[in-house]
Design a binder for this molecule. Structure first.
Ligand SMILES: Nc1nc2c(c(=O)[nH]1)N[C@H]1C(S)=C(S)[C@@H](COP(=O)(O)O)O[C@H]1N2
Ligand SMILES: [Mo]
Length: 318
């Protein structure tokens, strides 16, 4: 993502990817079938692996559609441009390196400051009413997508374990296994990947545990079988392949804050007015578009979430 020693390997694939897309489109517009065909074959080898996950049978349709200007990205884009450092730091390689990731059996242990700690089997979580949520997704690196997730509000799970009055935060942990993730040790960050939210953020209706996308179970590269999605925060808060959720009374450690504390804070709300120390956050590259668009405060969810941060200096609590 954004650590100094991996900066070049980080930025290069993204630029190559974006330029490659623009080049392909330029070819199409020019209408020169031959050049386009060549460009297509040259820039698309090898073909990305197909996403073959089971259909999720019953999904409650999305209630609040995004505006016309926020059309969902394609499955191909969503599943071949990923950050999942356990598998690879190269966004276009994650799909391939995660393709044999074993996600069954799978359990999520929920405990800490709760009345009824419980380890949930994934099959039990898949029985909770599944809803479609079409959200903007903004990575701190400056790219974005629109993703039609399937999942359920995290609150539904937290309610089952009955948080104690002393619980103020929720800590999350990703599965980690060196055998399944042999390249993790080259990523330059510590594993297991950990994240956290304040309890009121965790209980917000927009915060979901996602079990799939485009009506199918979660592809490995997107965080199978279950991952967090917090659409008003930078993408790294949306921790993948969750195995443990712990209610705590103090702010839990978070992976990118541990790695580079002056660049990545606990809150990490999308904010065009607060620059990253090394780049502006005012605009973003929507994957699949030609020009950058303006980044929206709280990623366009200010009406829903701004009240959570009333009276807080968003520059201090970045
Ligand atoms: N466990 C884990 N979760 C993670 C990451 C990661 O490397 N490991 N990357 C984060 C970052 S930086 C982003 S932008 C999103 C990317 O999600 P996507 O690949 O589904 O688009 O996942 C987040 N969750
Ligand atoms: Mo990210």
């Amino acid at each position: 993502m954004a650590e100094n020693k991996i900066k070049s390997s980080e930025i290069t694939p993204e630029n190559v990817y974006l330029n490659r897309r623009n080049f392909m489109k330029a070819g199409l517009i020019a209408g020169t079938t031959f050049a386009t065909g060549l460009a297509y074959r040259f820039f698309n080898q090898p073909p990305p692996p197909e996403v073959e996950t089971a259909k999720i049978e019953t999904v409650k349709p999305a209630e609040t559609p995004l505006p016309e200007t926020d059309k969902p990205n394609s499955v191909k884009e969503i599943t071949n441009y990923n950050n999942f450092y356990e598998f690879s730091t190269n966004k276009s390689s994650v799909a391939e390196y995660a393709k044999d990731f074993v996600t069954r059996p799978w359990t999520v242990e929920v405990g800490g400051l709760v009345q009824k700690p419980k380890t949930f089997d994934i099959e039990e979580l898949l029985k909770i009413e599944q809803e479609e949520r079409i959200y903007r997704f903004r990575c701190v690196e400056g790219w974005s997508m629109v993703i039609p997730w399937v999942g359920f509000p995290l609150k539904k799970l937290l309610d089952k374990v009955e948080p104690l009055g002393t619980a103020k935060y929720v800590a999350f942990e990703t599965y980690y296994n060196k055998k399944q993730m042999p390249y993790a040790s080259y990523a330059g960050i510590d594993f297991p990947y950990v994240e956290g939210l304040r309890l009121d953020e965790a209980n917000h209706n927009l915060t979901i545990l996602a079990t799939g996308l485009y009506g199918k179970q979660m592809p490995n590269q997107n965080g199978a079988p279950i991952r967090l999605v917090v659409p008003w925060k930078y993408g790294f808060k949306s921790i993948k392949s969750v195995v443990k959720i712990t209610l705590t009374d103090s702010e839990p450690p978070t992976t990118w804050n541990i790695a580079i504390p002056n660049e990545y804070g606990f809150y990490s709300n999308v904010n065009p007015n607060v620059s990253h120390p090394r780049w502006s956050q005012a605009t973003e590259q929507r994957i699949g578009e030609y020009t950058r668009r303006k980044t929206l405060l709280f990623n366009g969810y200010a009406d829903e979430v701004a009240s959570l941060y009333e009276g807080m200096d968003l520059r201090k609590y970045f």
